[in-house]
Design a protein. Structure first.
Length: 297
């Protein structure tokens, strides 16, 4: 099976240990979101008025992609306030190993408000013009995409982290990152929304053919910690029935996994899931990502 992990983070340095693990586990390739686990997330530098906009860099991802041909590609986080946004997105289009853009408005209420108000819209315009998909972390607020797909029908959007609100192990991290007096109350309440109710919003996004779903952090999102993550399986089936396997891609996000499963356990929870057909496993575990990222095996 051609396994492509559609999200791992990578910190400074090379990828020797990651490649060794990938070889042992049969992972053909991985899509890197270079993020050194800081706030707002190094490596980056400030640009624009007073340096308030963030422009990320991907030195470790680039090194890994050039050092291990075919094993790594990466996405680039973009800030809609970057005064050189058009040039940055053209760079992503032209860079040999860059495959997609990423935005995470779902990590703070201020960003969510800006997203709803259209501040991020230019990114969708430029992504469509340059043929790039956008990975979008907007957990718990997937309904905000209805306006986007109506306005930008040529866009290609991958909803990150099952589209769900932050789970019990994640919301305290998001609250600390936002850092407002009422952050804990807000994010706890959002995380306590009934799972079926929250996931129903995600499933409605399947009506838009330009939207795909990244199946990542399912153990924490669906209170399914511990191999083989059985409690997540009914939700996976609902997602497959709604989106189809051709619009679902698996990601371990092993470098930021809150529920403690090993990389092997996260893989085997999918590949050994007898409720999935062989064709469904093939699409979810690699083929969908290859198609959406235009990344040949």
């Amino acid at each position: 099976m051609d396994i492509l992990d559609s999200q791992v983070h990578m910190g400074p340095g090379g990828a020797v240990e990651m490649v060794a693990a990938m070889d042992a586990l049969g992972i053909a390739a991985a899509l890197i979101d270079e993020w050194w686990m800081g706030t707002p997330g190094h490596p980056f530098y400030g640009v624009g008025d007073g340096g308030k906009a963030i422009r990320t860099t991907s030195p470790s991802a680039e090194l890994a992609a050039w050092t291990y041909p075919g094993r790594f590609s990466y996405l680039v986080r973009v800030d809609p306030r970057d005064p050189e946004l058009k040039a940055v997105i053209r760079f992503v289009r032209d860079a040999v190993h860059a495959r997609a853009l990423r935005m995470a408005p779902g990590m703070s209420r201020a960003e969510l408000a800006d997203f709803a108000a259209g501040v991020h819209d230019e990114v969708f315009t430029l992504a469509s013009e340059n043929g790039l998909p956008i990975f979008l972390q907007i957990g718990g607020h997937v309904e905000l995409l209805d306006r986007i797909v109506a306005k930008y029908p040529d866009s290609r959007i991958v909803i990150c982290h099952c589209g769900m609100p932050p789970g019990s192990a994640l919301w305290p991290i998001v609250a600390r990152m936002e850092g407002l007096p009422d952050s804990e109350d807000y994010w706890r309440k959002l995380a306590e929304e009934p799972v079926d109710q929250a996931f129903a919003k995600v499933l409605r996004a399947a009506d838009h053919p330009q939207i795909a779903l990244k199946w990542a952090h399912a153990p924490v999102m669906f209170d399914a910690a511990g191999y083989p993550n059985l409690a997540a399986r009914p939700f996976l089936r609902k997602a497959l029935d709604a989106f189809g396997a051709e619009r679902m891609m698996w990601a371990s996000d092993i470098t930021a996994n809150q529920t403690g499963e090993s990389w092997a356990e996260l893989i085997f929870a999918m590949t050994e899931n007898s409720e999935l057909s062989a064709e469904e496993r093939e699409w979810i575990m690699g083929r969908t990502a290859r198609r959406w990222l235009d990344w040949e095996a």
